[in-house]
Design a protein around this ligand. Structure first.
Ligand code: HEM
Length: 525
């Protein structure tokens, strides 16, 4: 009899975590429709489940995970109505136990609730991310793009050896962020400190849901984990027990503070020693820390923000470009034609050439549409009850932007599964400008999120992508190996997606490649 009672009690405790719960507003409006089972069977590729559910339940549906309600937005107009127009309500972040509360301790901008601290920290970071600021350090990005091309050329033995591009694209993105943050870079032989930064980033990925093989040390740093990664985030009692997950998360937090703190102090020592260091985020923090009233954790996490946000994402998009382009020879040929016509072969494209290369820009936008690194952006959290089209969105709901479905909206992107840069010809806006369009159906893509939490790094990201991709196309014919086809269906990561490891050939397109690269030397860290 007792065992029957125990089973009944256990069922009563467990059922609310499994079955869908219905919640109503005071006016009787229900939450948006959604699947019956509270546990979403999201598996390896959650966007596929979201896409299937969007077809069944429509542009706004809901899914329960443990005790957390997620509402999934799959339509541009709904995204505008909620995340942009009602930005005062839909701009916070859920304090996930592992990532946001324990590892990032509510900091690093992305983990901060929608409050004064978020405004303050975002303002400090934005000093280095506005279009004007990015112009100011474009020579750094330009140099790193040159080193990227030089490395691909040399290490592929002038195209004779196929390469896995991951570590090269990773180093490119990583060095850009290190230079902007700490006025330092990793040369081919890494410093112990840089090695440590990489190890921590891998632990971050591992703990927050993204596994990346240790073979590819630079493809790491940050993804936004997707909302579905850790059971401990959704089942509160698990947070009270001393699990291995909890102790690893706490240890990682301490180590992030130690390592980024050490990088900050190393820069401070250079400045105190009389060295004139270039403008960078950490230098600004050193100069303004007292006035800005930043505590030590704020300082370290802010100094880490660019390395956390701007490496895996950018590296991933360049890798997707390299994985895609060999199977679209007609696109590559059109890009080469545009480069030869507009730039010629005596020198390669520079930042100021971007507006004159609409087809290259279109390729970059199309890669981002077809292979956004974060199919679910980073969920926003609602801070008030809200009713929308007769549906109830309770306070503390996590709002997921379903970019996969939005990027396959046939009305906006006819034949949406085809990689077709031509669809962006005539779109002369940058991603930042496009995100501000009042007609959201004309926005280029949603890869950088939406509303007040939109990625603050999008201007520098676009510049980095342009410099890398336009120069790769200028210098090389990128070809797949007949013996090693590239899979575009499978990928690594949960929501911070990169292609499965692959190799391509970088065949120099003309003899001027060698001449242009001859004058470029690798700077020591
Ligand atoms: C192609 C490259 C990148 C992609 C695809 C990307 C994507 C995203 C997305 C989807 C979000 C969430 C937006 C939302 O909540 O609606 C985000 C937030 C963020 N990104 Fe990026 N990002 C990229 C590059 C960068 C770079 C270069 C930096 C830093 C220099 C950066 C720093 C951040 C930060 C700090 C946040 C949190 C913003 C907040 O919560 O207010 N990202 N990014």
């Amino acid at each position: 009899m007792f065992s029957g009672l125990y089973i009944l009690l256990a069922l009563l405790a467990v059922i609310p975590y499994i079955l869908r719960k219905n919640v109503f507003s005071t006016t009787g409006a229900p939450i948006p429709p959604g699947p019956l089972f509270r546990y979403a069977f999201l598996r390896k590729y959650p966007e596929r489940a979201l896409h299937a559910w969007a077809k069944v339940y429509g542009p706004l549906f809901s899914v329960w995970m443990g005790n957390q309600l997620f509402i999934v937005i799959s339509d541009p107009k709904v995204a505008r109505d909620l995340l942009v127009t009602q930005g005062a309500i839909f701009s916070s972040r859920k304090q996930y136990f592992v990532k946001n509360r324990t590892i990032l301790a509510g900091r690093a901008i992305t983990a901060t609730a929608y409050d004064g601290t978020w405004r303050h920290h975002r303002r400090l970071a934005m000093q280095f991310l506005t279009p004007k600021a990015v112009e100011g350090y474009t020579q750094v990005l330009d140099y790193e793009a040159s080193i990227l091309i030089r490395s691909l050329y040399q290490e592929s033995k002038q195209g004779k050896l196929a390469l896995n591009p991951a570590s090269y694209t990773g180093r490119y993105a990583f060095n850009n962020m290190l230079m902007i943050s700490f006025a330092t870079r990793a040369d081919a032989s890494h410093s112990p400190l840089v090695e440590r930064v990489i190890e921590l980033a891998m632990e971050f990925m591992d703990l927050t849901g993204l596994f990346l093989g240790k073979l590819y040390p630079y493809r790491l740093i940050f993804c936004d984990l997707g909302p579905w990664s850790n059971a401990i985030d959704f089942i509160t009692p698990l947070q009270w027990i001393p699990t291995r997950m909890r102790s690893r998360a706490r240890k990682l937090h301490t180590e992030l503070i130690d390592v980024y703190g050490a990088m900050y102090l190393a820069l401070k020592a250079r400045i105190d020693g009389g060295e004139v260091v270039p403008e960078c985020l950490a230098k600004t923090l050193i100069e303004t820390r007292e006035v800005e009233k930043l505590d030590w954790e704020d300082t370290c996490m802010l100094a880490a923000v660019f390395a956390l946000g701007g490496v895996h994402s950018i590296s991933g998009i360049i890798q997707w470009f390299l994985a895609l382009i060999p199977s679209h020879p007609e696109v590559q040929a059109s890009a080469h034609e545009e480069l030869d016509r507009v730039i010629g072969r005596d020198h390669w494209p520079n930042a100021e050439d971007e507006a004159r290369l609409p087809y290259i820009r279109a390729i970059i936008k199309e890669v981002q549409r077809v292979h956004a690194p974060f199919w679910m952006a980073t969920p926003h959290l609602s801070t008030e009850d809200y009713e929308y089209n007769g549906m109830f969105i309770p306070k503390d709901t996590a709002m997921v932007l379903n970019c996969f479905t939005m990027h396959h909206n046939e009305e906006r992107y006819p034949d949406s599964y085809t990689f077709n840069p031509d669809r962006y010809m005539g779109d002369e806006l940058s991603c930042a400008e496009s995100a501000k369009l009042s007609n959201v159906m004309e926005r280029d893509h949603w890869t950088f999120g939406a509303g007040r939490r939109i990625c603050p790094g999008l201007v520098v990201a676009e510049r980095e992508l342009f410099l890398a991709i336009s120069r790769i196309l200028w210098a090389f014919n990128v070809r797949a190996l007949p013996s090693a086809p590239i899979s575009l269906e499978e990928y690594e990561g949960t929501s911070g997606r990169t292609p499965m490891p692959f190799r391509v050939e970088f065949e120099p397109r003309h003899e001027n490649v060698d001449g242009v690269l001859a004058g470029i030397e690798e700077m020591k860290a």
